[in-house]
Design a protein around this ligand. Structure first.
Ligand code: IMP
Ligand code: MG
Length: 181
């Protein structure tokens, strides 16, 4: 299997650590005295969620769901379905959806609707990367570490064909994959 090489590092390990500490401090201040449930999306947000959770000073619970995305009949992306649901109820809880990247916004909007239907006390959104130039549907991003340009990126949870998730940094690949993600 041929794998495209890294073109350049967009965010170093140190820059990511600093951004996560900044966002974690904002979240900890906002939720001071309360308990927060972090909801991660398998598999991409696991790495960010784990790093973020370790920096939070409020009591934290974690739960995960998994999704699969597919194209609609016209071949356009944006259809999402739950492949693995949360283990536990979120009713009456303060919930934060933790994403690796908000791109077109389709996945995130679907997940926010899914979660808000479960009766949480509050629902917020935190993402490692926010790629606003490609946004099609608007979603309220409460906390973000970085805004990124319209380039395909890997690392810190983000994959290309399931590879590169374990990189400590976020990077741009040298040949842009022309794939459905
Ligand atoms: P959406 O377009 O906002 O629905 O994003 C859908 C999903 O596509 C994200 O959760 C990621 O898993 C994936 N994705 C979007 N952009 C990238 C990228 O640059 N690298 C790797 N995965 C991506
Ligand atoms: Mg992916």
């Amino acid at each position: 299997m041929s794998v495209p090489a890294i073109e350049r590092v967009l965010f170093t390990e140190e820059e990511i650590e600093r951004a996560i500490r900044r966002v974690a401090a904002e979240i900890s201040a906002h939720y001071a005295g309360r308990e927060l449930k972090l909801v991660g999306v398998l598999k991409g947000s696991v790495f960010f969620l784990a790093a973020l959770a370790r920096e939070l000073t409020v009591p934290v619970k974690v739960d995960f769901l998994a999704i699969s995305s597919f194209a609609n009949q016209k071949g356009a992306p944006g259809m999402v379905r739950i492949a693995k649901d949360l283990d536990d109820s979120i009713e009456g809880e303060e919930v934060m959806l933790v994403e690796d990247i908000v791109d077109t916004g389709f996945t995130t909007r679907y997940l926010l609707q899914h979660l808000s239907g479960r009766g949480p006390k509050s629902l917020a959104l935190c993402t490692l990367l926010d790629r606003t130039p490609r946004r099609i549907v608007q979603v309220p991003v409460d906390y973000r570490c970085f805004e990124i340009p319209d380039r395909f990126v890997v690392g810190f949870g983000l994959d290309y064909k399931q590879l590169y998730r374990n990189l400590k940094y976020v990077a741009v690949l040298n040949s842009e994959p022309a794939t459905e993600i």
